[in-house]
Design a protein around this ligand. Structure first.
Ligand code: WAQ
Ligand code: MG
Length: 275
């Protein structure tokens, strides 16, 4: 899809639940001619989970002429750390390089391990955390901040699929998380993000920032653990919280260019501009 060719774009979102509990979700931006096929794919995905959903909500909504912001995807850095403890320690270092205090990074890891909602369950969305103090800033600690309205352009999607495949990353979760992390990293006042999946069978996660890229860890939790979530670390001195939440939840973003894909060490931040 080339957004320059048409103002008529739609946001298509899927949310499937069972007894009120979220079981799967997905999100695209597309021209009208693609909406039908995407909705079909979303239904197939909702029914492909081990648990059968008792409610599937698909929302198709015009962007009403709002032109998506064009972004370049974060670089991917694969860290081959084969256990959770090593993964946490390294992720905390990465977050510190990006400008998060050790205290805030530790607090985030413990909250995600425990279940960050007040009930001790996973949140539906992300925590918003003061990158210095670790204080939580999101208005609703059950729901959190829900990032929405982001996708790859058709071109970039083909290229990122190939790029990730050649790096051995074949699960759709990786490119979806990379897209979300790219939108998040470009938010004004964003310092870094930390994430791992709530799917008990999916142990991978990442720490991300504009300067360091999408730093991926194969193990940020033990296999079988249903706890997961996201933390957005922000510089509290410079954010306008309402504008930040508006950007994350509603401003459309299309990723038009892919980044690099490499393995090994986190790049030294002193060699990177803009940090
Ligand atoms: N906005 C904010 N937070 C969200 C969103 C969203 N749109 N979707 C999910 N979350 C939060 C929520 O707390 C979930 O429990 C948690 O994130 C995890 O969501 O191979 O699959 O969809 O490189 O399970 C990362 C590694 C996988 C991918 C992330 O997340 C890779 C993943 P999940
Ligand atoms: Mg999940």
């Amino acid at each position: 899809m080339n957004p320059g060719m048409t103002d008529l774009l739609y946001s298509i979102r899927m949310h499937a639940s069972q007894r009120g509990k979220h079981i799967s979700g997905a999100e695209r931006i597309a021209v009208p001619g693609q909406v039908h096929r995407i909705a079909d794919e979303f239904l197939a995905r909702a029914f492909s989970k081990r648990s059968t959903p008792d409610e599937i909500i698909i929302t198709v909504e015009s962007l009403r002429g709002v032109k998506p912001r064009a972004l370049t995807a974060l670089d991917i850095v694969s860290m081959n750390i084969p256990d959770m403890c090593g993964g946490h320690a390294s992720a905390i270092q990465v977050l510190q390089k990006a400008g998060v205090s050790e205290q805030a990074a530790q607090a985030a890891v413990s909250l995600l391990r425990r279940g960050a909602a007040p009930s001790g369950e996973n949140m539906r969305g992300a925590m918003l955390m003061d990158a210095r103090s670790g204080e939580r800033l999101e208005p609703d600690q059950e729901r959190g901040i829900r990032v929405s309205r982001f996708d790859w352009s058709e071109d970039a999607l083909e290229r990122i699929k190939r790029g990730l495949e050649s790096a051995g990353l074949v699960h759709h979760r990786t490119r979806e998380a990379l897209a979300l992390a790219t939108k998040v990293a470009h938010a004004p006042g964003m310092v870094a993000e930390l994430c791992w999946s709530d799917d008990p069978d999916y142990t991978a996660g990442y720490a991300a920032s504009i300067g360091l890229g999408y730093v991926r860890f194969p193990y940020l939790k033990q296999h079988g653990d249903p706890k997961g979530g996201r933390v957005f670390f922000v510089n509290r001195d410079i954010i306008d919280q309402d504008a930040l939440i508006m950007y994350l939840e509603s401003d459309p973003v299309l990723i038009m260019e892919i980044g690099e894909c490499r393995s090994g060490n986190v790049p030294d931040d002193s060699s990177r501009p803009g940090l």
